[in-house]
Design a protein around this ligand. Sequence first.
Ligand code: THU
Length: 152
Amino acid sequence: MTIPYEAYASIDELGAADRALLEAAIEALKGSYAPYSHFNVGAAVRLADGTVVKGANQENAAYPSGLCAERTAMFAASAQHPGVPFEAIALVCSRDGRLMPDPASPCGACRQVMAQYERLAGKPLRIILGSGGPILAFTGVESLMPLIFNDL
Ligand code: THU
């Protein structure tokens, strides 16, 4: 198995569409509600019609009731724009108002949800992992989650 990916030194090296989506994810950090972890995550989904839907992590006093930024964004996108295929998702993370140095990395549950929307879209999802330093980009969830469960 191989993991194809692209690495970029900074946001300036990205193409216009990826760059705009990563900037939307940075903007989405403003909506993070993380009073327990103090770890802020922002995500932005781009749909096939160009719509961008933002999301941020939402925590709760009953810890497992909270939700990651990626799923907040993806579920909002699907709920508000039913049937419009997903094209790409970008995410970033910060602490104390400062972007983290390493690229944000989605948890397994978020990867599983990405896989389902990718399957629904019928084409590989572009995934852009950034923050304050280098950026990694993947085309297809399989790169982030090999042998994924998608037996619908
Ligand atoms: N978090 C995300 O929003 N996305 C991830 O992929 C990993 C973790 C959030 C959940 C929680 O609010 C905080 O980061 C610390 O785990």
